[in-house]
Design a protein around this ligand. Structure first.
Ligand SMILES: NC(=O)c1ccc[n+]([C@@H]2O[C@H](COP(=O)([O-])OP(=O)(O)OC[C@H]3O[C@@H](n4cnc5c(N)ncnc54)[C@H](O)[C@@H]3O)[C@@H](O)[C@H]2O)c1
Length: 388
């Protein structure tokens, strides 16, 4: 047979415009490159068309590195480009609202990194723009797509742990534990980042909403231990670089919860964990053991053999695992981003309704409202009802 040209093989090309080529720009580009060969039958072919980054020193180099066809430094140009189907905002938190809203107004599909916005007002504007747009919009709450987290959701939805009583959730890192570090050495402290609660607490709140239910009120302490690092955030001067949050949560279904986020948790590199207790069973999971769900479920042999058992969520018939590796060949943090982006692009390419596990801008807004409530509670010493 003569040499043949490889074609898109019937797959729908999705032309991407990505804002930002830092940590998340790399992570998302990695996802787009892997989607065609991990999901070969899905009809999705992301095309890295434009990379936009305001940093002129690196944007061309990074566009070449990832295989983008074009680059620019002004996001206004990118969101107006008629060739682009999906705008993916991997810029810093304060740079989420304006480009996302402009892209939605231009009818594009939009992905925004979390937190949706620094202020709840901006998050509401983004939510409203998404509701008014013909484009679909996703907020990147990627941990929903860890197979073990998904299995927990399926067990909860099937009633396997009964009525949920309590959740305790932690997202802990150590970036700022050493007081001698300057603001520019702590990812959460220097502009344009917006503190530990927004940066990682937002993920913990999303896990609570995803797994347990809607949060109706909060009581919280939000603290900055190293005050000399606190810098006002652009566009939201009242938010400085908080380092630790301890919060009580009340859910609409009667459950209660405790949430901690910390960027001064000495020894913790990137520890997201939760335990959920229900009337018939309990579940726990953590990001340092991402493939394992620890489950205490009712046993037909009675209470004598009940206790937490470790389930390796790596079987081909476990949700999201099939396209990956044989059982026991674990996946990690990178993969939940790939799985998440795939499900959004599958929706776009194949005209499907938004996948219910993809977080919407409504979800992003609600997390912002809860964070706002936590700040209000910390400032006032009062429990705050969250009105969405
Ligand atoms: N979901 C996750 O797992 C996860 C993890 C880390 C960060 N994040 C979020 O991702 C976002 C990006 O974080 P990061 O760590 O990649 O940041 P980063 O600082 O590494 O990269 C941000 C990039 O955006 C560029 N940029 C800044 N302002 C711009 C503008 N106006 N126009 C164009 N480019 C601009 C910067 O030059 C930089 O290259 C943040 O919102 C952060 O909270 C999410």
């Amino acid at each position: 047979m003569a040499m043949q040209k490889v074609t898109a093989n019937g797959r729908k090309e999705i032309r991407m415009g990505v804002l930002g080529c830092g940590f998340m720009g790399k992570c998302h580009a990695n996802a787009y490159k892997k989607i065609p060969y991990i999901y070969p039958d899905a009809g999705v072919m992301p095309r890295l068309l434009v990379l936009c980054d305001k940093n002129e020193q690196i944007v061309e180099r990074e566009a070449t590195r990832y295989g983008y066809e074009e680059f620019c430094t002004d996001w206004n140009e990118m969101v107006a480009d008629e060739r682009i189907d999906v705008v993916d905002n991997c810029g810093p938190d304060p740079v989420h609202p304006d480009p996302c809203i402009a892209a939605l107004e231009n009818g594009k599909h939009v992905i925004s990194e979390k937190p949706l916005a620094v202020s709840v007002d901006d998050a509401r504007r983004m939510r409203d723009a998404a509701a008014a747009s013909s484009g679909m919009a996703m907020c990147t709450f990627n941990y929903r797509f860890m197979p073990a987290v998904q299995m927990a959701k399926e067990l909860i939805d099937a009633g396997k742990i009964g009525t949920i009583y309590q959740i305790r959730v932690n997202y802990l890192q150590m970036a700022g534990h050493d007081p001698s570090l300057g603001a520019d050495q702590c990812w959460y402290a220097a502009w344009p980042h917006s503190g530990g609660l927004q940066g990682i607490g937002s993920h913990a709140i999303d896990q609570c909403r995803f797994l347990v239910g809607e949060i109706t009120s909060v009581s919280a302490l939000v603290r900055t231990f190293n005050a000399d690092r606190a810098r006002p955030s652009a566009g939201c001067p009242e938010v400085t670089s908080d380092e630790g949050t301890a919060a009580l949560l009340d859910f609409d279904n009667g459950a209660i919860g405790v949430m901690e986020s910390s960027v001064v948790a000495t020894g913790r590199k990137n520890f997201l964990s939760w335990e959920i207790n229900g009337s018939k069973g309990s579940l726990r999971w953590d990001l340092e053991h991402p493939n394992s769900l620890f489950a205490c479920l009712e046993s037909p042999d009675g209470p004598k053999v009940e206790g937490f058992a470790e389930i390796s969520v790596t079987e081909a018939d476990h949700t999201y695992v099939g396209p990956w590796w044989p059982h026991g060949h674990n996946i990690g943090w990178e993969h939940c981003h790939i799985i998440e982006k795939f499900h959004f692009l599958d929706t776009v390419a194949n005209g499907k309704p938004m996948n219910p596990n993809n977080a919407t801008f409504e979800d992003g807004y609600r997390v912002a409202a809860i964070i706002d409530g936590m700040r209000q509670s910390s400032d006032s010493g009062k429990r705050i009802a969250i009105n969405y």
